[in-house]
Design a protein around this ligand. Sequence first.
Ligand code: IMP
Length: 186
Amino acid sequence: MQQSSELFFVSSNTHKFEEAQRILSNLGLKINLYKTTLEEIQSNSLSEIAKRKALDAFSKIEKPVIIEDDGLFIDSLGGFPGPYSSYAYDTIGNKGIIRLLENIELRNANFTAIIAFFDGSSDVKLFESNIPGKISLSIEEGGWGYDPIFIPDGESKTYANVSDKDKFSHRSASLKKFSDWFMHMQ
Ligand code: IMP
């Protein structure tokens, strides 16, 4: 296991951390959780939001940090909720999303994850991945967040019920890019 006890995943979301920890551990990288709520600016750009979160996270602990910002982009809703995914989840939730898509056949969507790394030197580094898929017709049992309504391409079940979410997830694709870069830096 790579010696990186100084690398902190800063988030208030323990689901995200547990998945990230498992994914990175399989890639030979150890991370610690620093649990806190980060400043989330209003912006149409996930990258901008991620950058600001990374700077805010670093200012809190002054150690190398990674943060993650995600967005669910639904084609027939013009990309909504996208950068507003967290707000949409807390307000209309999965029920509201399914209702917005009632009688709409085109259910294509993308789940995007941006991992941002900052250690106080040079710029914030960003690692982005988009996973194509579609929104289910109804809400499945299990999972967390949008898991019960997002079906990754090539699967018939949502993230909540695929046999190995890490194999398909937006999170693991971005973390893989991050770890490739990070391992080379060490
Ligand atoms: P955030 O702004 O990065 O926290 O994420 C936007 C929204 O997407 C939040 O409501 C998260 O709970 C949700 N989200 C992010 N990743 C996942 C996932 O892997 N499964 C389900 N929901 C997710």
